[in-house]
Design a protein around this ligand. Structure first.
Ligand SMILES: [Zn+2]
Ligand SMILES: [Zn+2]
Ligand SMILES: [Zn+2]
Length: 759
């Protein structure tokens, strides 16, 4: 006969639970409190630097039940990595309490990214009877700023930029009440005690309703700088051509696309053709900018994304955005900065730097401790392809398959990010910017210090790119010369995509980008890298061309076109766009440089081949932002096997050479024959995809490797990525592509980290 378990008589035990993951600042302790009290368990819960600790006293069966329910139904924004249990001796407690946070210098906890405002808070904000009616800083444990206001851990109000605001009685009582949605919500505030917004020109603009006044300014064609979560945006009406032109002129930004914010999903549907994966991504809690196809019925001005078929769209993510944009509104919302400097984040900086860019400033007095730009994501083959991983994602870690010692990887130069790792946690930083000036270097230094403080990881090893002139490499040499490892750029790209898949077996890697410093001191960028994380080596490459005049060839694709035509032995026919675009004098100098190699460096860059083809096809002769020519070439068409061009694959004992000569000749022939650029684009994309498949098959016979890894900035090109992936899968390869970090140099630091464990 089975005996019935009687809780009254069951022996009392006490257990200590340790919960790790994203468990702080996400309403974890109130959930634990409510669950424990509902199960009549005594004990305590608290935050410490390692996560959350829970002590439970009661019948063992009830404690088991507690653990089951907590794991099955955690708070919505929590992410439990592990729960460990240890038996203790009972202390005769009868109550469950939430205890003060404990600081422990040896442990790492996770910090939540900044979160979009939740539906509960929005409902209160729109309720005229609520005390936070139309309050732009409404938040709760389920939403609001986190990463950008947190100065140190544990995540507690004194360690955030909210420390200077003293909560009123009502806010404090919510904060203290374990049953309340704002229990220990560190940014908790209300109109009586919290941050405020105001408008400034030379002085504060006296208006009754800041939101209404801002809407009027935008409607009148003004550019307004709006302080957000991770920095300032420059905003204007996306349907006002004059306002958009003014913004471009002031930012000295001639062609780089601007992102827009649309009031709601219904508004997005009026300007874009959305796939369902794109809809989900727009609504996801990270609220990234999603690159979507602009619809033919869109009434946005053409100047928003010149030469692009796609526009970057995001939905409102702060309470202030929800107040500012009304249904139907679409505003340009671009990072407020000068060209390559980091996004402006403080009121002082805004007054000094943004007065020339914006007519009016919309300021608030909640400080932003670290900057964090909007993230940018595209959908490729139905999956997320990060272009910029920042707000909403940072500093959530990428998990490594192989444990590493405390390590800092400083990334590359353009689209810089860094990575701080310990064990299997790789904390990728927010987007820092192009490391080409002191302002960006300062922002980089501050962001590194912040992450070291948050995660208490003191790097024993530091990894940098091999390029001797990268500011990041120099920074690492200056600060950590005693523990520095240098890693080749294209190896790091391949290691990066391997790391995010936890892949440690050998791969055939295609590392295609614009520029990276090669082992031999030349500029690489069309590399086939073979091996596993312990031993990657170059097994193939694109045929070389000369980068005539160095950087000048990067900024002016027509120079690269002339160089590739010359390398392919094709005359500079007067009908070809790169020839008509250059003066006779310039061509004479270029010819001289090509003949003598003077002021030129050899390159195997695939990015530069895209530039050359874009130029020969008449698509783009000079660029004003990185990747512009390739982006405009991609925008023209889909990969088209009909009449596709063919690369020659030349194999010798040392390496496999992808010779572009025949492709360059065929492009020039098509241009002379009047074939439209869209057709040329399709044939070229198909050719690159096909040669990836052919090279992979060739190397599979040689190395018996069945997995291909695709990385490097060229694989932001979805037409190429999808076409190459499909072709590779058709001949039986497993294909690794980026889903967690960008294929461009924004993902480089993860690969640098992965290469630290090398034997
Ligand atoms: Zn909320
Ligand atoms: Zn208050
Ligand atoms: Zn690169």
């Amino acid at each position: 006969m089975a005996s019935q378990v009687n809780d009254e008589t069951a022996p009392v035990t006490r257990q200590r639970l340790r919960v790790t993951g994203v468990v702080q600042g996400v309403g974890f302790r109130p959930t634990v409190y409510q669950l424990a009290t509902s199960l009549d368990l005594a004990g305590c819960v608290g935050n410490d630097s390692a996560g959350v600790f829970i002590e439970l006293e009661g019948p063992a069966a009830a404690i088991d039940e507690f653990v089951l329910r907590l794991q099955a139904d955690p708070p919505p924004l929590a992410h439990i990595d592990s729960v460990t249990r240890r038996v203790m001796s009972p202390q005769g407690e009868t109550k469950f309490v939430i205890v003060e946070s404990r600081s422990d210098s040896s442990a790492t906890t996770l910090v939540s990214p900044d979160l979009e405002v939740c539906d509960d808070c929005l409902a209160e904000m729109n309720d005229p009877d609520d005390r936070r009616y139309r309050y732009p800083f409404i938040n709760c444990t389920n939403c609001g700023p986190r990463f950008t206001i947190t100065k140190s851990t544990p995540y507690d109000r004194p360690f955030t930029t909210m420390a200077s605001f003293v909560m009123c009685e009502l806010c404090q009582s919510e904060y203290d009440d374990p049953a309340d949605r704002r229990f220990h919500a560190q940014p908790n505030a209300c109109p009586d005690c919290g941050p405020r917004i105001w408008l400034e020109r030379d002085a504060v603009v006296p208006v009754d309703d800041v939101v209404a006044a801002t809407r009027d300014l935008i409607a009148n064609g003004e550019v307004v700088a709006i302080k957000g979560i991770g920095g300032f945006h420059l905003a204007c009406d996306a349907r006002n051509a004059e306002a958009v032109a003014i913004m471009r002129a002031r930012k000295h930004r001639t062609a780089k696309p601007f992102a827009v914010m649309a009031a709601d999903m219904a508004t997005v549907e009026t300007i874009a053709n959305l796939a369902s994966a794109e809809r989900d991504l727009l609504k996801s809690p990270q609220r990234p900018i999603v690159l979507v196809e602009e619809s033919t019925g869109s009434d946005l001005v053409a100047g928003i994304a010149p030469g692009n078929s796609r526009i970057g769209v995001m939905l409102p993510y702060t309470p202030l955005h929800h107040l500012l944009l009304e249904p139907g509104d679409v505003w340009v919302m671009t990072s407020a900065n000068y060209a390559s400097e980091p996004i402006v984040k403080s009121n002082r900086e805004a007054r000094a730097k943004l007065s020339e860019l914006a007519d009016t400033l919309l300021l608030h007095d909640r400080s932003i401790h670290v900057h964090c730009d909007d993230s940018v994501v595209r959908i490729a083959a139905g999956e997320e392809l990060p272009i910029r991983r920042s707000r909403g994602f940072a500093p959530f870690p990428v998990r490594l398959a192989r444990s590493v010692p405390p390590t800092l990887a400083v990334g590359g130069e353009l689209k810089a990010t860094f990575c701080l790792a310990d064990g299997t946690n790789a904390f990728m930083s927010q987007h820092i910017g192009d490391m080409e000036n002191l302002e960006t270097l300062d922002a980089f230094t501050a962001a590194v210090a912040h992450m070291v403080e948050l995660f208490r990881i003191e790097p024993e090893t530091v990894v940098a790119d091999l390029h001797p002139r990268y500011l990041s490499t120099r920074w690492a040499q200056e600060h950590y010369s005693d523990r520095l490892i240098l890693v080749q750029h294209h190896h790091a790209h391949i290691a990066s995509v391997m790391a995010e898949h936890g892949h440690t077996d050998p791969v055939i890697g295609f590392s295609f980008d614009g520029t990276g410093y090669g082992d031999d001191g030349t500029i690489w960028g069309g590399e086939v890298i073979v091996g596993d994380l312990d031993d990657l080596h170059r097994a193939g490459r694109l045929g070389t061309a000369l980068l005539v005049g160095g950087d000048a060839a990067v900024k002016r694709p027509y120079r690269m076109a002339l160089s590739h035509l010359w390398a392919a032995g094709i005359g500079w026919d007067e009908r070809l766009p790169p020839v008509t675009h250059s003066s006779e004098e310039e061509r004479r100098i270029i010819r001289q440089q090509l003949e003598t190699g003077l002021n030129s460096v050899e390159t195997t860059s695939m990015g530069r081949l895209f530039d050359a083809v874009a130029s020969i096809a008449g698509v783009c002769q000079e660029i004003s932002y990185e990747g512009q020519a390739a982006i405009e070439l991609e925008a023209l068409g889909t990969a088209d096997a009909e009449g596709r061009y063919r690369f020659d694959l030349i194999s010798d004992d040392e390496a496999l050479i992808i010779d572009p000569g025949a492709v360059v000749a065929a492009v020039a022939g098509d241009v002379a024959a009047g074939v439209p650029a869209s057709v040329i684009s399709g044939r070229f994309h198909a050719a690159v995809a096909a040669v990836i498949v052919a090279a992979a098959e060739h190397l599979r016979r040689r190395y018996h490797i069945g997995t291909v890894a695709l990385s490097g900035g060229v694989f932001q090109n979805v037409t190429l990525l999808e076409s190459a992936k499909k072709g590779l899968e058709e001949v039986g390869f497993a294909v690794l592509t980026h889903r967690l970090v960008p294929p461009n140099d924004g993902g480089l630091a993860l690969g640098q980290i992965a290469l630290v464990g090398r034997r």
